[in-house]
Design a protein around this ligand. Structure first.
Ligand code: ACO
Length: 432
């Protein structure tokens, strides 16, 4: 990284302070403020991290203005067209696309670790039947930290990779079991003769009393959904994983923290919210009413699936998903009026001055709900599938930060509470 210096004027007794500017390989430069407090007694204030680069990372690049998303330099559209989820997992976790033999080794080790410890399976019985799959996933993934003591030396690169592979391998089994448990179906064991997405589908939809035949179009759609959601640089859940891991915490517990963060409607829960909104709209005639509500400053309603903290243009993933949603609906012969509502809503919104001015475009969640619904998944599973996909991103960041020497993440605060005051009277201890 190159270094140049700019002058930042600080208006207090510290006077003029010179700060270094750090250049990445792409994207905006960053002002290095690490010495601001030690040398000048000042903190930087940036709640929500709108202008803060929390770390250096070489995994994923987003240009929000241009609508560009790159995994290790490769455009998401090219990977969506030519690659698959396991190859992308190798790329994100290990830095490069694998050769044929590297692919076989990598996939072989994921496949070998897909089973859950039998004692883990017993945890499911402790959850209420109607528990949200994300609640079950937070619990079960966190519980994995009580296993694998044999390979938990975090100073050993082999052990770290082993933990990352275990997480990627077991997550489909955990997610599928969270679903089948909630509907009273027996939990299915993984089938190691199947690829990653088909195996996940058979664990979700298969029953022991019948042969499950994997539909190749649905398997391709699931693989694509996983690939598109695999990583998205320093979002809330990934930053949560990085922060939890900065203390040296157990990797399974760190990923459970990421799942908890992802669950919220402003993050991974948004596609569920999009579908609810589309169902509420129901027909094209009601769209103008909804657009008017979204634009009304006195109404808290927002158009779900529109806008993004980083993208100020089309989210490139939403175009790929729109195409796949159409393909799956055609293939299954489903005439979903919600897709029609979604397409019309998008058309109207992207030509509306309010949305143009604020650079609000459809995000990844806008079409993923329709696609998942067509594939037969209930809304409560949408975020669980996002968590399954994002596990690859989380473990990639977890692996990356092990080489980072900045130590524990410990933000400061702008204190706005009471100033020093003293305890009144004699106090409880003296009264007794
Ligand atoms: N509908 C209507 N108006 C919107 C929307 C929306 N979806 N999103 C933003 N705006 C407006 C705001 O009211 C604000 O208007 P103003 O300048 O007149 O006050 C302006 O656009 C900027 O909004 P911010 O809240 O500053 O944008 P921010 O970058 O903080 O928010 C967010 C991004 C949270 C994604 C927001 O666009 C939103 O709530 N969208 C709907 C929920 C959603 O789809 N979330 C999924 C995100 S993708 C993901 O996490 C995988």
């Amino acid at each position: 990284m190159g270094k140049r210096r700019v002058k930042a004027t600080i208006c207090n007794e510290a006077g003029e302070v010179e700060l270094a500017v750090l250049e990445g390989t792409m994207g905006p430069e960053a002002l290095d403020i690490q010495q601001l407090y030690p040398d000048h007694g000042l903190l930087a204030f940036d709640p929500g991290f709108r202008s803060t680069a929390s770390c250096k990372s070489a995994i994923t690049f987003i240009d929000g203005e241009a609508g560009v998303l790159l995994y290790r330099g490769y455009p998401i559209e090219e990977l969506a067209e030519k690659s698959n989820f396991i190859e992308v997992a190798h790329l994100l976790m290990l830095g490069e696309l694998p050769s044929e033999s590297e692919y076989e080794d990598f996939w072989g080790s994921i496949r070998r670790h897909s089973l859950l410890h039998e004692q883990v399976l017993r945890f499911y019985d402790g959850f209420r039947r109607d528990a949200h799959p994300m609640a079950i996933m937070v619990g079960v993934v966190g519980a994995l930290s009580a296993f694998y003591h044999d390979a938990m030396d975090m100073f050993d690169g082999e052990h770290r990779l082993q933990a990352a592979i275990r997480l990627v391998a077991k997550m489909p089994t955990i997610a599928a079991a969270s679903y089948t448990y909630s509907i009273g179906r027996p939990i299915r064991y993984p089938r190691n003769d199947l690829d990653y997405a088909p195996n996940f589908l058979q664990m979700l939809f298969g029953v022991p009393s019948e042969e499950y035949e994997v539909n190749p179009t649905l398997a391709r759609a699931m693989d694509l959904i996983l690939l598109l959601h695999a990583d998205h640089e320093q979002n809330a859940s990934t930053s949560t994983v990085r922060m939890a891991a900065s203390s040296g915490a157990n990797p399974f517990a760190c990923i459970a923290a990421g799942i908890a963060s992802l669950w919220g409607p402003a993050h991974g829960g948004a596609n569920e919210a999009v579908l609810r909104m589309l169902m509420e709209i129901g027909k094209i005639e009601k769209i103008s009413e909804v657009i008017a509500r979204a634009k009304d400053k006195d109404d808290p309603f927002r158009l779900m699936g529109f806008g993004h903290r980083v993208y100020r243009n089309f989210d490139p993933r939403s175009r790929v998903l729109q195409k796949m949603a159409k393909e799956v609906l055609d293939h299954l012969g489903i005439d979903d009026p919600l897709l029609e509502v979604a397409v019309k809503l998008e058309e109207i919104a992207v030509h509306d001055e309010y949305f143009i001015e604020r650079k609000l475009y459809p995000n990844v969640d806008f079409y993923s709900g329709i696609l998942l619904r067509a594939m037969g998944l209930p809304m409560t599973m949408f975020t669980a599938i996002f968590a399954l996909a994002r596990t690859v991103g989380w473990v990639s960041h977890w692996l990356e930060l092990q080489g980072d020497s900045h130590g524990i993440d410990r933000p400061r605060q702008l204190y706005v509470g009471k100033t020093l005051r003293h305890y009144p009277g004699k106090g409880k201890k003296q009264q007794r």
